[in-house]
Design a protein around this ligand. Structure first.
Ligand code: NAG
Ligand code: NAG
Ligand code: NAG
Ligand code: NAG
Length: 320
């Protein structure tokens, strides 16, 4: 019966919704606690987006407790003790990149806390930096200056547009994903849930973000910690998942003749970073109600404002 039912619904879905199907995946990476130190490298690099940040290496991060792990928790955060010289280095922070790369896969991020505070610009995203943008970029969790909701953005090489009308709960904004258009604004979707970002997200104890990528689409889902409709296989970190049961995504980027996802995405790393000011948070600092001064001065002079500028992750799980 069960088999019959599932093949029937498969047939219906295929005829009415070509390319909209997910799949069954097996867990290949279960990154928890100290496992983050094996799965990710700490990147002490210059911020390509001009942030007021000083990314530190793993030894420094651990020595200063900017990174901390226990059996079931991984934390990465900004320094919240130093006042900075305006002509010196930016605020210490952490940027990590997965050692592995992934093509078609589903990634689940169980996030207990995300960086909060004026001047912050955190992100969980996937791309391939040395070939950017030809292997694509999908920003899964991103925002600036505590301004929710979450925004998901896809960036690609030439010739990629997505339709306005899509089967998703989020609200589409720009539709051209080509990096040479709209000042590389990408094609973005604003989430419908206010608790998908910043303070309300943290008050809830965070939640789960998931991204599924195949050659037919990219989908991103979000469930708040207290959302009863989170799939049990997501909340439990199951060893296999079937994304067909996950319901309508928050963001959908369908493959079409206007944008063949399989042609625009290659091997991607998972990157988690926290920068300050720069191209996004610097430019929206005032409008976000963070004061009339410069974002950089705020970051230099107010270390205490960054005590909640940290990611606390319960797990990153990759399914292929
Ligand atoms: C941080 O993440 C965002 C993600 O979209 C990216 O645009 C930015 O370049 C990143 N900055 C650094 C230095 O990692
Ligand atoms: C490091 O950070 C963790 C997590 O916030 C905290 O529990 C621990 O006490 C800190 N260690 C030190 C030496 O401050
Ligand atoms: C989200 O916040 C905005 C602005 O504060 C508000 O207008 C809207 O009603 C809120 N939406 C939900 C679903 O709570
Ligand atoms: C939209 O997606 C939902 C869940 O993924 C599905 O049940 C529904 O049939 C879809 N609707 C349309 C119009 O495609």
């Amino acid at each position: 019966m069960k088999f019959l039912y599932s093949s029937l619904s498969l047939a219906c879905a295929l005829s009415s919704l070509p390319g909209a199907l997910g799949a069954t995946y097996k867990r290949t990476d279960n990154i928890v606690g100290n496992g983050f130190y094996d799965a990710f490298e700490f990147q002490a690099i210059k911020d390509p987006t001009h942030g007021r940040v000083n990314y530190v290496d793993q030894a420094t991060a651990r020595a200063q407790n900017l990174s901390f792990a226990s059996a079931d928790t991984f934390i990465m955060r900004a320094d919240s003790s130093k006042t900075l010289q305006s002509n010196g280095a930016g605020r210490d922070s952490v940027r990590i990149r997965s050692k592995k790369t992934f093509t078609t896969h589903t990634a689940v991020f169980d996030v207990r806390h995300m960086p909060q505070g004026c001047g912050t610009w955190p992100a969980i995203w996937e791309t391939k930096e040395d070939t950017w943008p030809v292997d694509g970029e999908i920003d899964i969790l991103e925002g600036a200056n505590d301004q929710g909701p979450n925004e998901v953005t896809m960036h690609t090489g030439h010739n990629c547009k997505v339709p306005k009308s899509r089967n998703m709960t989020g609200v589409p904004n720009q539709l051209n994903c080509d990096d040479t258009k709209d000042d590389n604004g990408g094609c973005d979707v604003d989430f419908a849930e206010n608790d998908s970002y910043g303070l309300p997200f943290n008050k809830n104890g965070g939640g789960w973000y998931a991204m599924e990528r195949n050659n037919d689409f990219i989908k991103v889902w979000y469930w708040a910690r207290n959302n009863p409709s989170v799939p049990r296989e997501v909340s439990s970190g199951a060893s296999s998942i079937n994304t067909d049961g996950w319901g309508q995504p928050d963001a959908l980027f369908p493959s079409s003749d206007q944008c063949k996802i399989g042609d625009h995405f290659g091997q991607n790393n998972i990157i988690i970073n926290l920068t300050f000011c720069g191209d996004w948070a610097g430019e929206t600092f005032k409008d976000a109600g963070c004061g009339s001064g410069k974002c950089e001065d705020f970051v230099n002079n107010n270390p205490g404002a960054f005590k909640d500028a940290y990611f606390e992750l319960a797990a990153v799980r990759v399914y292929q």
